[in-house]
Write a protein that binds this ligand. Structure first.
Ligand code: FHN
Length: 445
């Protein structure tokens, strides 16, 4: 019964909100096997690290939007030292958070590569006092800890003389009007992608900036097949003009379940992707944990962004968020990792997840909820209720169940103050059989 409602719900949602789904060129059934680790991962850490951390200004956008001139922006090359960069400590922190993958900006729209690119263009290794490729050691540390390796790569390269776009309201040329130049740029960016593939063999390619050109102009199909020829299991995010594997909403927690397949919300801990001295608008661990539960409840992953300083140190607030998220994840692991999206909204006021075999329903209690909570339309018998990570057993009461009617009663559970978690309490409801929901009108229907 649950499956029937889940598909109906999915179908309705799909029809209303998923333009991008219908535009995807990849067949979900073909890619399903390689998506398995991603589907179970739930949490990834995004890292925006680049020369923009020197002045603490918008990554690339600051010169594009003319808040600073391009020459002044590029002067930040001289201040990027990576002097405190400790890739093992970064990887340890990521592991502690519970994340299963990490995505680092190998090159943002400003064109500065974090590895020693063979192409004749900017890199941290050649043009900054850091004087080294910072990708290799980080990826090695991630792999030692069994964390999947992700490479963010901007298709847009506003600093490249052969790239059409440059500043807001002024471009160098139009791709369609100078094919020779555009072809030169294409061969440049595709060579850089080949370098990443061959040197680092990322588990995940995270493209960005596809909006400036069409799939035909980027040669998205060729880019995709080139990556897959090197590694057929590589996952590609959905910013390759239809040639990616999953959707990437940004900064906006979906208000309803996005779609059947795979998606990932990328979100900052404060207001910006990269390090900015003035940005102190940090989300609290409680807020991040609630957002994370919300995303997982809707069947997605959270790609939580941090912005290290130019020297490679990570702001204390981000360290705290990752550590607190990690200890909460450790305690509530069974309710998050390897679960599936929860029941549709309306049955319970809060996020939910379901075990893979569908016989355990997890309820995430908002804030410091204590006292009575209620579930509507759950047709199952509840065999047992446990506070996850604590083991406390709770009792429940079923009210209003008429023996001859298909309408299930209302379920009330008392949550005592002594069982609540400092961030978000989770209850595990063991059911008599796979989740079965009633969504009728009542009476005989
Ligand atoms: O322009 C970028 C932005 O700077 C940042 O990198 C985000 C992360 O998803 N992506 C782009 C905007 O969608």
């Amino acid at each position: 019964m649950f499956k029937r409602y889940a598909s109906l719900f999915g179908l309705i949602i799909c029809c209303i909100s998923f333009k991008t789904f219908s535009q995807q060129k990849t067949d979900p059934e073909t890619i399903r096997p390689k998506m398995a680790w991603f589907e179970d991962a739930k949490l990834g850490i995004f890292i925006h690290w680049g020369i923009y951390a020197v002045n603490g200004i918008d990554e690339s956008w600051s010169f594009y939007n003319k808040k600073i001139s391009w020459p002044d922006y590029m002067k930040q090359l001289n201040g990027f030292t990576a002097s405190k960069y400790d890739p093992a400590a970064w990887a340890d922190l990521i592991k502690t958070s519970g994340a299963r993958y990490a995505v680092l900006t190998t090159k943002h729209h400003d064109g500065v590569a974090l590895w020693n690119t063979k192409e004749n263009h900017y890199s941290i290794a050649k043009n900054t006092p850091a004087k080294r490729d910072v990708l290799t050691p980080f990826y090695a540390e991630l792999r030692k800890r069994d964390i999947k390796v992700g490479a963010y790569f901007s298709l847009i390269d506003w600093s490249h003389p052969d790239y059409p776009g440059f500043l807001k309201d002024s471009s160098r040329y139009k791709a369609a009007n100078d094919t020779a130049k555009w072809n030169k740029f294409r061969s440049f960016f595709q060579s850089q992608i080949n370098e990443l593939s061959n040197q680092f063999n990322p588990d995940l390619f995270w493209f960005d900036g596809d909006w400036e050109h069409s799939a035909a102009e980027w040669e998205s199909e060729k880019v995709r097949s080139g990556i897959l020829a090197r590694n057929p299991n590589a996952i590609i995010n959905g910013r390759l003009m239809g040639y990616g594997d999953y959707d990437t909403p940004e900064q906006n927690v979906p208000v309803s379940r996005p779609k059947f397949n795979w998606w990932e919300l990328c979100m900052t801990v404060n207001n910006n992707w990269g390090f900015q001295h003035k940005d102190t608008n940090w989300k609290t661990p409680a807020q991040i944990i609630a957002l994370f539960a919300d995303v997982v409840s809707h069947g997605g992953n959270l790609l939580l962004d941090i912005g290290p300083r130019e020297d490679g140190s990570i702001p204390a607030q981000e360290v705290t968020v990752l550590k607190e998220l990690g200890s909460w994840n450790k305690k509530h692991s069974e309710a998050i990792f390897g679960t599936q999206a929860g029941i549709p909204a309306g049955h319970f006021y809060g996020p939910t997840t379901i075990s893979k075999d569908s016989t355990t329903l997890y309820l995430f209690l908002q804030g410091h909820t204590q006292g009575q909570i209620m579930i509507k339309g759950l047709s199952n018998q509840i065999k047992d209720i446990t506070v996850v990570g604590k083991g406390t057993k709770l009792t429940h009461q079923v009210v209003g169940k008429i023996s001859w009617s298909p309408v299930p009663g209302l379920i009330y559970i008392d949550v005592p103050a002594m069982s609540i978690d400092k961030y978000m309490t989770v209850l595990a409801l063991k059911l008599d059989k796979p989740v079965s929901l009633y969504r009728g009108k009542g009476g005989f229907e």
